[in-house]
Design a protein around this ligand. Sequence first.
Ligand code: ATP
Ligand code: MG
Length: 251
Amino acid sequence: MTFNSSDIILEARGVSKYFGTITALENTNLNLRPGEVLGVVGDNGAGKSTLMKVLSGLFKQSAGSIFFEGKKVEFSSPRDSQNLGIEMVYQDLALAENLPIGDNIFLGREPTRNFGPFKFLDHKKRKQLTEEHLSRLKINVKSADQRVEELSGGQRQAVAIARATAFDAKIVIMDEPTAALAVKEVGKVLDLIKGLKDLGVGVIVISHRMDDIFTVSDRVMALFQGTNFAESQLRQTSRDEVIGWIMGKKI
Ligand SMILES: Nc1ncnc2c1ncn2[C@@H]1O[C@H](COP(=O)(O)OP(=O)(O)OP(=O)(O)O)[C@@H](O)[C@H]1O
Ligand SMILES: [Mg+2]
């Protein structure tokens, strides 16, 4: 896939979000390029998830604007952002435990984007497409017919990522994708992120784990109490510096 890595594909400009008297975000900026992995860090309550929910259309910002491919966009629901190719993998994954992997990947998808032909998919075809997609992502499960409740934490995370990337995603936003995983499973999820990057997908990863941030990110940004605190290309910073940012300290 070709992509121009100098173009900003997604931008939040001056975004504020208030919940009653609580200020979750105040005049926050973020930008992302195709094929770039942006690591987002910050203390509990710093506003990371809120910013991602604004970018994915789940929350409406109180002030500020979102730009996609240079054009201002208004999202009234996650469906609107999905239609542009922005997918979010939520912290709680939101998978249907009692349904097979294949059904989870297609769940709730209306044929509005590049999946018109899937409208009339029979079970066999759906299973085949799911398995092809899983194997493209190098995700190992016994079968697309396996129920999510039978899967490990890492496999569930992988299914959630597969679901987010099954339909021509241009941007994938992941909220703490490794938080609940065993060490062995973390590496697989990080490999998946690298795979998306190689496809030209822009990825935003929220993580509290410095290992994640320093393994996959090209750039890291820190939020502190709802505002931009610091940002750097990864190679120009250090773990200690980033940990300082999370605590609101600059060297
Ligand atoms: N739906 C909501 N209603 C009211 N307040 C909210 C809501 N969602 C978030 N907040 C508040 O907004 C602030 C930012 O929360 P947010 O979830 O964005 O933080 P975070 O950086 O993702 O933290 P964590 O690392 O703990 O996930 C917090 O003060 C939180 O209590
Ligand atoms: Mg959060």
